[in-house]
Design a binder for this molecule. Structure first.
Ligand code: GDP
Ligand code: CA
Length: 317
């Protein structure tokens, strides 16, 4: 059985570890958001691709959520304290830096991001094919206003990491998306999968950019009966991250039902948490099937149980 998953960072990483226990990992193609990608110290950093790779490889830091287990930050510390280097606000661990050096050097010698991603996955021992959503640059930009009323146009990571999400968000843009092409294999993976899964990732800035790449949304809509998604909103709030600040900008209610309605044209079955069971009728009224289960992925066993529910929901369509 072939499964294709649309993925952001940490929520997706946890979920995919469970999915890889339910389905042979080599049969899971993961299409990953690259809207968060940025240049730091001249290196090409792909936060969501790396989160997914580290989780699937079993080298992610479970408590911090992002980055490598057993990580140290000596290089970033030196860049920050001694060199006051531009970009040192973005903390890159020493092991993590090896990934960025390896990727950047492949890109510099002419590899595409798809090729570099495959090489990183292979070296880390990830058996699932990881695909960037596009080989073309797409950048998530946040139109924000600071406390003094000053308008700012921020890279997503400047909004989230540098400024700690303290600004009012007025709009979200995916620069470059209009002229980007899906990476090789992305549309095929969606078209040919037995099941397409939307991971519990931020709808606005993780799944949104993937769907903004021309052709991807249409490809998913064409498979709607075989698409299931897991709600990243549990009990009216994200478990981590900033979805609660960004969803209202899109006019989306911060609830399991609100996100279901946002995805209504492309998701056939919406998997929600038991605490949100009361939302099921509203979700059905929006035209989606509903599955209710425990969606808190405290460990791989729980993630596997959730993945099995999502999978059978997608296959039942
Ligand atoms: P990133 O890692 O910051 O790029 O963010 P993601 O796109 O992965 O978004 C994080 C989302 O994952 C948040 O909305 C969380 O609520 C969701 N998430 C994290 N852990 C879990 C979990 O155990 N269960 C569910 N249902 N969602 C989760
Ligand atoms: Ca991300």
């Amino acid at each position: 059985m072939k499964v294709t998953a649309l993925a952001g960072g940490v929520g997706a990483g946890k979920f995919l570890r469970g999915l890889a226990r339910a389905v042979p990992p080599q049969d899971i193609t993961v299409v990953v958001n690259t809207g968060d990608d940025l240049r730091v110290h001249g290196l090409h950093v792909s936060p969501d691709l790396d989160s997914v790779a580290y989780w699937l490889a079993g080298v992610a830091d479970r408590d911090r959520g992002w980055g490598r287990d057993g990580e140290t930050f000596r290089t970033t510390g030196e860049l920050r304290e001694r060199f006051d280097a531009a970009g040192s606000w973005f903390g890159l661990g020493d092991l993590d830096l090896a990934t960025h050096l390896f990727r950047t050097s492949l890109l510099a010698s002419g590899a595409t991001l798809t090729e570099a991603t495959a090489a990183v996955g292979e070296r880390l021992g990830v058996r699932s094919p990881l695909l960037p959503m596009s080989d073309d640059p797409v950048t998530t930009r946040i139109d924000a206003v600071d406390r003094d009323g000053r308008a700012m146009d921020l890279h997503f990571q400047e909004y989230w990491v540098l400024r700690g999400a303290r600004d009012d968000v007025k709009g979200i843009r995916f620069d470059g998306a209009g002229s980007a092409a899906p990476a090789p294999g992305v549309l095929d993976a969606v078209a040919r999968a037995d099941a397409v899964l939307v991971c519990p990732s931020n709808p606005a800035v993780s799944i949104g950019p993937i769907l903004a790449v021309p052709g991807v949304r249409e490809a998913v809509i064409a498979r709607r009966d075989r698409v299931a998604g897991v709600s990243p909103i549990v009990g009216g709030a994200p478990l981590r991250g900033m979805a609660d600040r960004l969803l209202p900008v899109l006019g989306v209610e911060v609830s399991a039902a609100g996100v279901a309605r946002h995805y209504a044209d492309l998701v056939g079955t919406w998997v929600i948490d038991e605490v949100d069971a009361a939302h099921a009728d509203r979700i059905r009224a929006a035209g989606l099937r509903v599955a209710v289960t425990d969606t808190i992925m405290a460990d791989d066993v729980k993630a596997e149980a959730l993945a099995r529910v999502a999978l059978s929901a997608a296959l039942g369509g």
